[in-house]
Write a protein that binds this ligand. Structure first.
Ligand code: ZN
Ligand code: ZN
Length: 242
């Protein structure tokens, strides 16, 4: 069966080659919508702080920025693929507000190319939950769609392990100093945890308030380690949704 599938995939890529989302060049594969040249030119982040994913000074040997050293976040590690700039910012908006599933799929594929498989112990995969009202309006959780390809890498899907029980104002409408207060106590676990490890996935990280509140909630419930991967990090500007 696998052989037939392989053969069908190859036939499909010959008959209907995938073209690059940015420049229309053939990508050479059926399941990735960017050519190699355009992929290389995306706003990839350089070496970043392991606590908040902000770029570190090039000459620094530290793994954390001064702020994260002073007041360590609840997240054990936080990583981001891109700076929140074109064309990635547009793809995230498309994925979030325009039901553009090709954008969601592309972002998920880019993430899966970078994230390593879990090393030894099982790691639970938790896309940042939406409140049920927001979910009803949007029809889907874009973080879940982006995280989907990581299941194939061996992460254990756990989207219902934690929920957002309180609707909050959109983080993007609030100044940085209000964001932590806005999400405080908004999440709850659906059953007790004991020593589990988690990987959180979200689309945008701005202040980190949402991811940190989620990490705080999971750790208080007994999680041993909580890491996060996001698609894009806003840098020096105050927008985005995290
Ligand atoms: Zn291209
Ligand atoms: Zn930091």
């Amino acid at each position: 069966m696998a052989l037939v599938n392989n053969w069908l995939n190859r036939l499909q890529s010959v008959l209907f080659p995938q073209t690059c989302r940015l420049c229309l060049a053939p990508t050479g594969t059926q399941d990735f919508a960017l050519c190699a040249a355009c992929r290389d030119e995306l706003p990839w982040l350089p070496r970043t702080c392991s606590g908040c994913a902000l770029p570190l000074p090039e000459d620094s040997s530290a793994t954390r920025c001064a702020r994260c050293q002073q007041s360590p976040p609840y997240l054990d590690r936080c990583q981001a693929l891109f700076s929140y700039r074109a064309p990635v910012d547009q793809w995230i908006q498309d994925a979030k507000f325009r039901q553009d599933l090709t954008a969601t799929r592309l972002l998920g594929a880019l993430l899966a190319q970078r994230v390593a498989a879990p090393e030894s112990q099982p790691v639970k995969l938790l896309p940042v939950p939406l409140h049920r009202k927001r979910l009803r309006v949007r029809g889907y959780n874009q973080a879940l769609e982006i995280a989907r390809p990581l299941v194939r890498k061996g992460y254990v899907p756990a989207p219902t392990q934690c929920r957002k029980h309180r609707a909050t104002a959109a983080q993007s409408d609030l100044p940085a100093d209000r964001r932590r207060h806005n999400v405080r106590g908004a999440f709850s676990v659906t059953r007790p945890l004991s020593g589990e490890r988690f990987l959180l996935v979200d689309d945008v990280l701005t202040t980190g308030a949402t991811l940190n509140e989620l990490a705080r909630t999971l750790k208080r419930a007994g999680a041993q380690r909580v890491e996060a991967w996001v698609i894009a990090r806003t840098i020096g500007r105050n927008f985005g949704d995290g």
